[in-house]
Design a protein. Structure first.
Lengths: 212, 446
C-alpha cells in the first residue's frame, strides 16, 4: 500500500463524510521533567530499581493531564511488562488491553501500540506506548504476561496490522477472516467498500455520489 | 422423501469430516444419523443466530458426549466500525456514535467518552455540579435497566420464563424515565461534552422518586422468584467457576470479579462524577459461580436505588443551576425543550438566532457544523459500567474531530472467560456461564 493511494485507491484523507479539508499534523508530546507529581515519581523510581536496563528500555516519560505514559522500546516491552506485573511495589496485575494509533507522518514510528495497565493493589494506572515502523510492524506478544491481552492483541492486529510475535493464535477477530486491508489505518477510507449480497452489488458510497 | 434438498438442513462431506446443518426440526433423524458414525468427538457450531447466545455470538464447542472439552467464541458479527466513524465527525457528534456500542448501557458509554473529552479540554473541574448529579442519576437508572436484562434474559436462556416478564416490567419503568428526561428510551446521546443535553423536566424528580418506590416493591417479586429457588440454584451454583486468580489473569472486571470476592468498584476506588459524595456499598459474593454473579447483580439493584434517592435530594438542592459548562465555546448552543409537537429545539433559542442576534446565529452555526477544537494529547478515562470497566482511550491532534477513539469494552474482554468457565462442564451449563458474563454484542463488536 503506497503512501499516495490508500486501500481501494483512495486519495487524500479517505473522508467520504463531506467534511474533509481539515488536515493537520500531529505533534507528539515531549518528554516530561521531574518531578512528575502524584505517584509518578515513586513509580518511575521503583521501576528503575527493579529493572536495571531502565535507561535503555524507556525512551521517554510523558506526564500529561494527570496521566503517566512510559514510551518503551519494542525489544524490551515484555521485560518491562513482566517487571511491572511482578515487582511487589509495582504490581500491575491487570493488563486492561492494547490499542493501536496510526501516525503516518512519524517516519519509522508509524504505528503506536498503547497499553493501559491497572494495579488494584496500589490503585494506580500507567500507560505503556510502543512505536513500530510500518515497514516491519512487529511487537512481542504480552499474552503470556496478561492472558486477557489475547483478544485485544487480535483486535489491534485486525485493525492496524501490527503483528504480535508469540501470540497463540493471531487471527482477525472483528473483521471477516478474508478481509483485505486494515480498517483503522489512516490511509484506509471510511465507507468506500462495495457490498455484495446474494448476487447483487451495491457500489461504495464514494462511487455512488453524483458529483464524483 | 422428496428430492428437494433443503439448503439450511442438510449434511455434506468436508475435509474436516461430515458437517450437519441444523435449524431445529427433525432431531430424531439427525440423532440416528450421527449415532451411526463411530466418531465420539463432535464439534458444534452454536450461533451466531441462536436464542441462547445472548446476541449474535457464535460458540464453537468441541463435545465428548455432553461434556464440553473445548469452547471458543466467534465474534465480529455486529462490527459496525463505530470507532472509525467517530474520526470523521465532531467531538460532540461522537456521543451519538458511542452510545450505540453497548446498547444496554448507553449512558455509561456516553459518560466515559465525555469524561475523556473533558479531560482533554482540561475542563473536568468546571462541569456544573447539577450536571454531574444528573449523570450519576442516569447511570444508576441505566445500571438497573441493564441488570434487569441480564437477569431476565439469563433466566430465560435457562428456561425460566416468568423472571423475564418481571424483569422487563421493571426495565420498562426505567425506560419511561429515560424517555421523560432525554426524549429517548435507548441511545439517548444525552450526556454531552461539558454537561448534559438538557435539564430534568419540571416534576421529573418527583416522578423518579415515585418510580424508585415502585421498583423497590417490584424487586421483591424477582427475589421471591429466584433467590432460593431450587431449580434455579441447581442450574447456577458451582457453574461457570472463575476465581480471583482467573479474573486477574483474564482482566475481568465488574460483577464477575466481585463474585470472586474482591470489592473492586471504580465508583469507590477511583471515583468520578462525584461518586465519593454518595453512600452505597460494593456488593460481593464468594462463590465465584453463576449464582454468585446473580446475587451481586441483585444486590447492586438496591445500591443503585440508594444512589438515585441521594441524587434526587441533591437535585432538589441544586434546583435552577446550570447543567452545561459556562464556556460558550464548548457548550452546545441550543437546549431542547418540549413543545406542543413533542421534544425539539428550544423555541426561545430559535427566536434569538433567527430574529435577534446575527452573532448568535454565526456562533451556533460554527459550533454545530465545525465543532470545538480539542488540544492535542491522549487520555484514558474509565467508568464502572454494569459489566465492568468501560475505558475510553482518546487521542486528539488539536482539531475538531477525534484522531482516535478506542473503547476498552468490558463485554469484549470478559467474553474471553467463556473457555475458562465452561470447559470440562456440561454443554447445557455453557449457556449459564455466558449469561453470567452478560456480554452485549454491540459492545463486544463495536
Amino acid at each position: 500500500m503506497s503512501e499516495d493511494t490508500g486501500a481501494f485507491g483512495v486519495h487524500g484523507t479517505g473522508d467520504t463524510s463531506g467534511f474533509s479539508g481539515l488536515v493537520r499534523a500531529v505533534h507528539s508530546a515531549g518528554s516530561s521533567e521531574r518531578p512528575f507529581g502524584s505517584y509518578f515519581d515513586d513509580l518511575a523510581d521503583d521501576l528503575e530499581r527493579a529493572y536495571p536496563e531502565f535507561n535503555d528500555a524507556i525512551e521517554k516519560i510523558v506526564v500529561d493531564r494527570g496521566e503517566l505514559t512510559l514510551f518503551v522500546k519494542a525489544a524490551k516491552l515484555r521485560e518491562v511488562a513482566t517487571t511491572l506485573r511482578d515487582n511487589e511495589k509495582l504490581r500491575f496485575e491487570y493488563g486492561l488491553g492494547v490499542n493501536g494509533v496510526h501516525y503516518p507522518d512519524e517516519t519509522d514510528r508509524e504505528f503506536h501500540a498503547v497499553y493501559e495497565l491497572l494495579s488494584m493493589t496500589h490503585n494506580r494506572r500507567v500507560r505503556l506506548e510502543v512505536a513500530v515502523p510500518a515497514s516491519n510492524p512487529h511487537l512481542p506478544s504480552l499474552v503470556e504476561v496478561w492472558g486477557g491481552m489475547n483478544w485485544h492483541e487480535r483486535e489491534t492486529y485486525d485493525m492496524f496490522g501490527i503483528v504480535f510475535d508469540g501470540h497463540p493464535a493471531l487471527t482477525r477477530i472483528l473483521m471477516p477472516d478474508d478481509w483485505q486491508g486494515f480498517p483503522q489505518r489512516k490511509d484506509y477510507p471510511l465507507g468506500g467498500i462495495a457490498v455484495e449480497y446474494k448476487g447483487a452489488t451495491t457500489p461504495a458510497p464514494s462511487e455512488r455520489r453524483s458529483y464524483r | 422423501m422428496s428430492t428437494y434438498a433443503d439448503p439450511y438442513a442438510s449434511s455434506r462431506e468436508t475435509t474436516e469430516g461430515r458437517v450437519y446443518s441444523v435449524t431445529g426440526g427433525d432431531w430424531d433423524a439427525l440423532a440416528t444419523e450421527i449415532g451411526a458414525t463411530k466418531e465420539e468427538r463432535v464439534v458444534v457450531n452454536m450461533g451466531p443466530q441462536h436464542p441462547s447466545t445472548h446476541g449474535v455470538l457464535r460458540l464453537i464447542l468441541e463435545l465428548e458426549g455432553e461434556t464440553v472439552t473445548e469452547a471458543r467464541c466467534g465474534i465480529g458479527y455486529l462490527h459496525t466500525g463505530i470507532e472509525k466513524n467517530t474520526e470523521y465527525r465532531t467531538w460532540t457528534q461522537g456521543v451519538t456514535f458511542v452510545t450505540r456500542m453497548d446498547y444496554l448501557a448507553p449512558i455509561f458509554n456516553e459518560v466515559a467518552y465525555c469524561l475523556g473529552v473533558e479531560k482533554l479540554l482540561g475542563i473536568t473541574n468546571e462541569i456544573p455540579e447539577r450536571a454531574s448529579v444528573i449523570r450519576v442519576l442516569m447511570m444508576e437508572l441505566n445500571r438497573i435497566s441493564s441488570h434487569m436484562v441480564a437477569l431476565g434474559t439469563g433466566a430465560l436462556e435457562l428456561g425460566a420464563l416468568s423472571p423475564m416478564i418481571f424483569a422487563f416490567r421493571e426495565r420498562e419503568l426505567v425506560l419511561d424515565l429515560f424517555e421523560m428526561i432525554s426524549g429517548l428510551r435507548m441511545n439517548m446521546a444525552y450526556i454531552r461534552p461539558g454537561g448534559v443535553a438538557q435539564d430534568i423536566p419540571t416534576g421529573g424528580v418527583a416522578k423518579i422518586r415515585e418510580t424508585v418506590a415502585q421498583l423497590r416493591t417490584n424487586f421483591k417479586d424477582n427475589e421471591k422468584l429466584l433467590i432460593g429457588n431450587t431449580i434455579w440454584m441447581k442450574r447456577t451454583q458451582h457453574i461457570g467457576y472463575l476465581d480471583l486468580a482467573g479474573c486477574t489473569t483474564l482482566g475481568i472486571t465488574g460483577p464477575v470479579l466481585r463474585s470472586a470476592g474482591l470489592a473492586w468498584d471504580l465508583r469507590k476506588t477511583q471515583p468520578y462524577c462525584g461518586y465519593e459524595n454518595y453512600e452505597f456499598d460494593v456488593v460481593t459474593a464468594n462463590s465465584c459461580d453463576v449464582y454468585g454473579r446473580f446475587l451481586v447483580r441483585m444486590g447492586e439493584l438496591e445500591q443503585s436505588l440508594r444512589i438515585i434517592e441521594q441524587a434526587c435530594d441533591k437535585l432538589d438542592r441544586l434546583e435552577g443551576q446550570p447543567v452545561m459548562v459556562a464556556d460558550k465555546k464548548i457548550a452546545w448552543p441550543s437546549q431542547l425543550s418540549v413543545g406542543a409537537d413533542g421534544m425539539g429545539n428550544s423555541l426561545n433559542h430559535i427566536r434569538e438566532i433567527m430574529g435577534e442576534s446575527m452573532e448568535a446565529l454565526i456562533h451556533h452555526f460554527k459550533l454545530v457544523t465545525e465543532g470545538f477544537r480539542v488540544p492535542a494529547g491522549q487520555v484514558y478515562t474509565a467508568v464502572e459500567s454494569p459489566r465492568g470497566e468501560t475505558g475510553v482511550h482518546l487521542v486528539s491532534d488539536g482539531g475538531t474531530r477525534p484522531y482516535r477513539v478506542h473503547f476498552r469494552e468490558p463485554s469484549f474482554n470478559n467474553l474471553q472467560a467463556t473457555a475458562a468457565m465452561s470447559e470440562g462442564g456440561m454443554v447445557a451449563d455453557i449457556i449459564a456461564a455466558v449469561a453470567s458474563i452478560d456480554p452485549v454484542m454491540g459492545g463486544v463488536d463495536r
